[in-house]
Structure formats: C-alpha cells, structure tokens
Design a protein around this ligand. Structure first.
Ligand SMILES: *Cc1c(COP(=O)(O)O)cnc(C)c1O
Length: 356
C-alpha cells in the first residue's frame, strides 16, 4: 500500500532556506557576531536571576519589564515597543501583519537576504529595487518602486548588510514620506553608525525601527530583538505573535543587559577602531572595499575570483561570508571585525591568499 505524502505549499517548493555555513575554524568572521562576550558581571547576575525563575510557570506574556526598560532607553512608551526572539522573529511578525496574500514588500538590493526570504515564506510578493552602482540608495529608483508596486512594507537597512553603508537621513525621510505602507528600517548595526532613524520626527508615522541584541549587545546565543513603532502599529503586530513566545530567561537577559550599556559602548568603540585599522590595512592590497559604518567590511579581490579567495582563506582556517555568487555582489566577500588577533590572522591569510 502506498501512503500519500503530504504536499507542501507550492510557493515554498522552489525556495531555499537561509545559508551561512557553520564550519569549525580557528578564526570565525562570517556572521557579524561580537568577538567579545558580555561582561562577567552580567553573566553572574543572570545566573542568579535564572535560579529564581519559576520554571513551572509561563513567562510574562507581555514582557512588560523588558519593554519598559527598552522604552526608557529610547525615550518612548512601553506601548511603542515590541520584543521577539531575535529581530528575525520581529520582521516575520511585521510581514504576517502587513504582508501576506496579494500584498507586496519592497527591498533595495543588495541587502539583507531575510528581507526577501521572510516575505517569501509569509506569502508576500517582493518588489526588488536596485541600488546605485556605488551600492547606495538611488532616490529615483526608490520612487519608481514605491509608485509601481504600492508596497505594504518597504524595507531599508541602515547600516546595510552586507555593504556597511548608511542611508542618509534625507533619503530615509523621503522614503517615509513617499511609502504607501509601513517603512521598516532594520538597525541591527545602529550603535556602530553616526545616526539612527529613531532620531527622525515620528508623529505617529508608520515607521518601524528594528534592533537586535545579537550584535552590539554580544548576545547572539539569546535570540532577542525588538522594534519601536507607533502604538497602533505595535498593537496590530502583537496579534500575530504566538502566546508566550519570549521565554523568561531571554526576558531576564535583556533587562540585565541594559544595566551594562556602558560596557556595550566600550565594545562598540573598540570594534570601530579595529574596523578602521582593518580598512587601513586593505589599502594597498589587490582588493576593492566599501567604506563601512558597521562591524564588517565588504571587499572584492581584483585579480582573483571571490569563491577562490574564500576557499584559500578557509584553507588557512579563516571563515568569512561568501557573497561571490549573489547577483550584484559578484566576487564579493564580507569579513566581520574580530578581536585584534583575529583581524591580524585574517589580514595575514588575505595577503598570503592574494599572492598564493
Ligand atoms: C544580524 C542581523 C539581524 C539579526 O537578526 P537576529 O534575529 O536578531 O539575530 C537583523 N538584521 C540584519 C540586517 C542583520 O544583519
């Protein structure tokens, strides 16, 4: 007897998942994590709080303590904050709320792959706009995409992953003014950048700014992200979140992290200084690179294929992110800024690989 196999949604058949190989190497510079752990005092305080959690009980469904702490950090009300398991869950909730069948999300490539992938898995069409040759936003192209595809969601990413480029305030203002739906500015790397969309006048405009604890807060293992938006937008998105989606341990970890914001700022400054040193060392090598305002640098070898360089680096136990086969990023690789020792190891491996 043959048993009928369950059939998946037709629109998922051609879709591939998220790919970032997790390879065991000495120097791992491929996922933009913090090279430094959070402070030991944070870890000790968290251990104490975890010991006091009533594990037989559900966590606070509204995560009110965490949302209030984040609201205080940004000078907004707790009803303007929504938390989730990483900013990816937050982005998915935005797509489930404002996207879906018959609706469109706009992205400007090259950008963060999840800004197309999450619309795809939520049945939202994706309108793809092109960035200019220098990989900055092109205002005319932005206007074209917004008027032609009437997107329910428009994604910006500043600093943009994987380019490291920041969208200037006047252009973000223009997008917010022209977009027919919500505008999401993904600010996963905001603390590395000179300005944030949170500084723009909001007046209830449907601007959604997303943040994560995975990078600057050095807590990628925790899965914690959030967004800041007008109260009605937050209330709408709350409807699609599963009950008790954010566990008690993660809530406690987030609240405690904010007590160590000074340590975070020190880490960010150290990483920015290392980023500048790394870039200074790329000058004079046989590579092109983009000026970055984040904790990573996009670069492209001039006389060698990107994938060949990626393999030569891997042979030297240095893992970077390979974008070489992505449209618009031909031969490009992205290196995360690590500790000084990791960056030295990367630079040495790069010099050897380019002249091998
Ligand atoms: C790393 C990153 C995130 C983080 O996602 P989490 O789910 O919070 O770990 C979000 N957006 C961008 C652009 C990123 O690069």
């Amino acid at each position: 007897m043959t048993v009928a196999r369950p059939t998946i949604r037709p629109d998922l058949i051609e879709l591939s998942g998220y790919h970032s190989p997790q390879v065991a190497v000495a120097v791992r510079l491929n996922t933009n994590e913090s090279p430094y752990p959070p402070p030991p005092a944070w870890q000790a305080a968290l251990a104490e709080q975890v010991a006091a959690i009533e594990f037989n009980r559900y966590p606070d469904r509204t995560a009110l303590v965490l949302r209030t702490a984040l609201a205080d950090l940004h000078g907004v009300g707790p009803d303007q904050v929504l938390v989730g398991k990483g900013s990816n869950e937050v982005l998915a909730a935005v797509c489930m709320t404002f996207g879906g069948q018959g609706r469109t999300a706009a992205v400007f490539e090259p950008t963060y792959a999840l800004h197309s992938h999450i619309p795809n898995i939520t049945g939202t069409a994706v309108a793809v706009g092109e960035r200019a040759a220098d990989l900055n936003l092109d205002p005319a192209e932005v206007r074209r995409v917004l008027s032609e595809s009437d997107p329910a969601i428009t994604f910006l990413c500043s600093p943009n992953n994987p380019t490291g480029l920041v969208d200037p305030p006047d252009i973000v203002e223009e997008v917010i003014a022209a977009a027919p739906g919500v505008v999401v500015v993904d600010e996963a790397y905001a603390q590395f950048a000179p300005w944030s969309a949170l500084s723009l006048p909001r007046d209830g405009r449907p601007l959604v700014v997303t943040r994560t604890f995975s990078k600057t807060w050095a807590m990628a293992a925790c899965r914690l992200g959030y967004l800041i938006a007008p109260p009605d937008v937050v209330a709408a998105i709350e409807k699609v979140l599963l009950p008790y989606h954010l566990d008690a341990v993660t809530q406690a970890a987030g609240v405690l992290a904010l007590d160590f914001a000074d340590d975070m700022e020190v880490r960010v400054s150290a990483i920015v200084a290392e980023r500048e040193r790394l870039i200074a060392n790329l000058v004079g090598l046989d590579v092109d690179w983009w000026p970055s305002q984040a904790n990573f640098v996009l670069f492209r070898p001039r006389s060698l294929g990107g994938q060949a360089l990626w393999e030569r680096l891997l042979k030297r136990s240095v893992l970077v992110r390979d974008f070489s086969s992505r449209p618009r990023l031909r031969d490009c690789l992205r290196v995360t800024v690590g500790t000084p020792a990791e960056n030295d190891a990367f630079l040495l491996a790069l010099k050897e690989s380019l002249t091998e």
